[in-house]
Design a protein. Structure first.
Length: 176
């Protein structure tokens, strides 16, 4: 058994299930996003200098050193890691219209990830009501890396300083 003064549940798409054990129902569901990494080179994807978004198709193209990452889509099919070929092919089809050679590029890897989504699109960050020392930070959907630093700062203020950040009202766990 592990003892702690404080615990932060930063568990992504699994957060809703874990908080039920503590009497809190968080409406968080998994939104699956797909990634296809394509090799660069003469018969591969073009080299990109900066990331770009194909807004019409919501596909993101990111240079990753030796390969280009195509990412996008949002699939609500529960907590699972099943790769659907059609979704992966959508990424390549979208990029093919903009980037020469993408359609013929060898695939470096394919994978999917589960984004924690909330009904209102706003993350849940803060203390679990009635549970001293228990905190939640989840529901960032596609903005986890972007919002991670400020979420960490808010949790730090709750846990280490015992403060309730004034601007965290919209993030409260009981808002829905």
């Amino acid at each position: 058994m592990l003892e702690a003064d404080s615990v932060v549940l930063a568990t992504g798409a699994y957060g809703g299930h874990l908080t039920e054990k503590f009497g809190l129902r968080l409406p968080v569901q998994a939104g699956k996003g797909y990634h296809r990494d394509l090799d660069l080179g003469e018969s591969g994807a073009p080299t990109l200098n900066i990331a770009c978004v194909m807004a019409e198709t919501s596909v993101f193209c990111t240079p990753m050193g030796s390969f280009t990452r195509l990412a996008g889509t949002m699939e609500f099919s529960g907590v699972n890691r099943e790769l659907r070929r059609g979704r992966l092919n959508q990424l390549t089809a979208a990029a093919r219209g903009y980037l020469k050679g993408v359609g013929d590029a060898p695939c470096h890897s394919e994978w999917c990830g589960l984004r924690p989504c909330t009904p209102d699109g706003i993350p849940f960050v803060g203390p679990v009501p009635g549970q001293s020392g228990l905190f939640v930070a989840t529901g960032h959907a596609m903005l986890g890396l972007t919002l991670g630093p400020i979420t960490g700062k808010l949790i730090e203020e709750y846990v280490l300083q015992g403060m309730t950040p004034l601007d965290a009202g919209p993030l409260q766990l009981t808002r829905l």
